[in-house]
Ligand binder design. Structure first.
Ligand code: AMP
Length: 112
């Protein structure tokens, strides 16, 4: 069950996280293995495995979280990247939907 992932434990405060932003619907915290000067994960509090299980309302809540994180971290103007990995081919390792918000450096395209 996706509620039993490590992110579920963070939501339930069973393990610590460096929380950047929280509201009723989403939680945003710093990635433990940052790939950029700013690397924050924005997750729904509802346990959904990946993008396939999300709906418009949830994505709207996540968008609010991403915009808030960008604002708080000073990324809105300089730019940032938002990534979500869906399934094994994409390299998903934690099966609770999350948006990576990366910033503070330049990124190349296409990604690997
Ligand atoms: P993904 O590979 O897209 O599923 O991303 C999972 C991300 O979760 C990785 O970037 C990990 O570094 C990150 N991660 C795993 N455990 C934790 C944790 N306890 N706190 C914060 N980030 C974590």
């Amino acid at each position: 069950m996706s509620g039993d992932t490590i992110f579920g434990k963070i939501i339930r405060r069973e393990i610590p996280a460096d929380i950047v932003f929280e509201n009723e619907k989403v939680l945003a915290f710093r990635d433990v293995n940052p790939q950029a000067p700013v690397h924050v994960l924005v997750i729904p509090k509802q346990p959904v495995r990946d993008l396939n299980g999300a709906d418009r309302e949830m994505m709207g809540d996540l968008l609010d979280g991403v915009q808030k994180v960008a604002e708080l971290e000073g990324l809105s103007k300089e730019g940032f990247r938002v990534v979500t990995n869906v399934g094994t081919n994409a390299g998903q390792t934690v099966f609770h939907l999350h948006l990576h918000v990366l910033g503070g450096r330049s990124f190349r395209w296409p990604p690997g």
